[in-house]
Design a protein around this ligand. Structure first.
Ligand code: TNX
Length: 547
């Protein structure tokens, strides 16, 4: 650990070099300046002062108190009205520059003040304050302190509206408790979307009323004969509410028409009753019961009325339980030998209509940009290719832009947190490479940034396919597929320290001089102690100077 005294004796080395104003905060705040010579110290009499006194400000105060009380042992009474010296003030204002998610945080000798225009902004201000305090603020038991914050003035708003994590609960079933812990951990880094991959070849994980086969048959397995399982609708609704309380929107995905072996075996397998052979469009009949990690072998039949009856029930119920704007219909990895281009396009068009009729915006893996989308109706394509983005690999996203779709950037070779992070790791796949912290933080291609990752491309006939720029990009998402992941600790090992890198790509302004890998790993160095105090697993990457 670096001693404060050691830093003080380094005076000349620091002279002139702008010392980071928020040297422990991830993602990097948009703007921060030090208030020289001032330090805030939390005291036993400090209170949390809210104004106006609303359910929203009380909720933020309760969140903050729940973080601070166990380690400080202070009562931190919540009170309405004016702040006294030594208090932490939470203020809702109409500050137009802060938007829905922005906040202003000031720490000085007299107190801390967090101001926001909405509940999400207050929540993010609280997450930042938490990181400005010493790591042992995360302790579940009382510690001595002191609980000090260097004087700072922060004004912070996100770069992208969509900053997601995807959890695959289909390949290896995960109970709601595991997902809730991961929500807690992601929210601390200002992640605001939880994309839940609830169905794949190996399992269907949410009960659908009137369709017990989907979970009783389709939910009973996981990869490698590991235990299966599914959530009741009450459990799903509870997770959605838990996520919302931490300002994450749930995007449900039942992958289709491919990655549907679990659905197919529910209706066309040996245990199915009734048997509906026409839902199974693969040339492999009956469906697979020896489940491996292979992809791309199953498909639902677009010509089957049963396909649409089943999918309509699924979409109707999942959208009714999901207050967010998006429904993800999947759409990835359907080989033309399984469904021709025309049949694939018809499938996506048909399913997109069902989704829109239920008031949701269609989202899908970027292959869906082959279907009929146009700028008059919002739709989102999630780019996941790992190929050279300057070449044809980027075309699924370029076609999405051509059709007026927004793009969520999840290039597998930068954002797939299910990839191994070092050679020989027992966890993770390697098809998109090994992703260390640097690979997640610095995107390759023509630039190290999402906004210039996919440049325009001219075809041999002179046609120009457009670039994917910030005008098209809704945000970024880090998927965690679970072929090799069984437990919460497995997911945490893959998520940390890489999820914070993905979160910074989504939140922090590109042009900020500290939006660099070197600054990031330095700011992250104390977070390992925070994860340990919270009981979270992580990979102690040699790229982070842990302290
Ligand atoms: C590709 S990415 C898939 C998933 C796998 C993942 C493993 C995508 C849309 N499809 O089915 O789980 O690779 O990394």
């Amino acid at each position: 650990a670096v001693q404060a005294g050691a830093l003080a004796t380094q005076g000349p080395a620091f002279a002139g070099a702008a010392r980071a104003a928020a040297p422990t905060v991830v993602p990097l705040p948009a703007a921060a300046e030090a208030v020289p010579g001032e330090t805030f110290t939390l005291r036993p009499q400090s209170r949390i002062a809210v104004a106006p006194d609303t359910a929203g400000t009380r909720r933020a105060a309760a969140d903050l108190a729940a973080i601070l009380r166990p380690s400080t042992g202070y009562p931190l009474e919540v009170s309405a009205g004016a702040a006294r010296p030594g208090d932490i003030a939470l203020r809702l204002s109409d500050a137009a520059d802060l938007g829905d998610e922005g906040y202003r945080l000031t720490a000085s000798r007299t107190g801390v003040r967090i101001e926001a225009a909405g509940a999400a902004g207050l929540f993010y201000g609280v997450q930042t304050l938490r990181q400005l305090l010493p790591p042992w603020i995360e302790s579940p038991t009382v510690r001595p302190g002191p609980w000090s914050v260097s004087g700072v003035r922060i004004t912070d708003t996100p770069r992208y509206a969509y900053r997601g994590i995807m959890l695959d609960i289909a390949r290896h079933f995960q109970p709601p408790e595991v997902v809730k812990r991961l929500i807690d951990r992601a929210a601390a880094y200002k992640i605001n979307v939880l994309h839940l991959h609830v169905s794949d070849d190996q399992g269907f994980r949410i009960a659908i009323n009137g369709r017990p086969e989907l979970t009783e048959i389709g939910g009973q397995f996981s990869i490698d004969n590991d235990p299966g399982g599914f959530w009741t609708q009450a459990e799903y609704v509870d997770v959605v509410a838990y996520a919302a309380a931490r300002h994450l929107t749930v995007v449900p995905e039942v992958d289709s028409p491919g990655h549907t072996n679990a659905i197919v075996m529910s209706y066309a397998g040996p245990e199915a009753d009734p048997v509906l052979p026409d839902v199974n469009c693969t040339n492999r009949t009956p469906p697979q019961w020896n489940l491996t990690g292979d992809v791309g072998y199953s498909a639902l039949c677009p010509e089957s009325p049963h396909t649409w009856a089943i999918l309509t029930d699924i979409i109707t119920q999942l959208t009714a339980m999901s207050p967010g704007p998006y429904y993800h219909l999947g759409g990835d990895e359907v080989p033309p030998t399984t469904l021709s281009h025309e049949r694939y396009v018809d499938f996506v068009d048909h399913e997109a209509r069902i989704v829109r009729e239920r008031g949701k915006i269609v989202m899908g893996w970027a292959e869906i940009s082959q279907a009929n989308f146009d700028a008059s109706t919002p739709a989102v394509a999630q780019y996941w290719n790992n190929g050279d983005p300057t070449g044809p690999a980027g075309d699924s996203a370029r076609h999405a832009v051509q059709k007026g779709m927004r793009v969520v950037m999840s290039p597998a070779n930068h954002m797939y947190l299910d990839m191994k992070q070092f050679a020989g790791s027992p966890l993770g796949l390697e098809w998109a490479g090994r992703l260390d912290v640097a690979q997640v933080y610095n995107w390759s291609g023509t630039s190290s940034d999402p906004a210039s990752y996919i440049p325009a491309r001219t075809l041999s006939d002179g046609t120009v396919l457009p670039a994917v720029t910030d005008a098209n990009i809704l945000g970024v998402e880090a998927p965690i597929w679970s072929e090799t992941l069984r437990t919460l600790a497995d997911f945490e090992f893959q998520a940390f320290p890489r999820l914070p890198a993905a979160a910074e790509i989504g939140w922090s302004p590109r042009a900020h001089p500290e939006r660099t890998l070197a600054s990031f790993v330095t700011r992250l160095a104390g977070h390992g102690a925070r994860w340990q105090l919270r009981g979270a697993n992580f990979y102690p990457s040699p790229q982070v100077p842990w302290r």
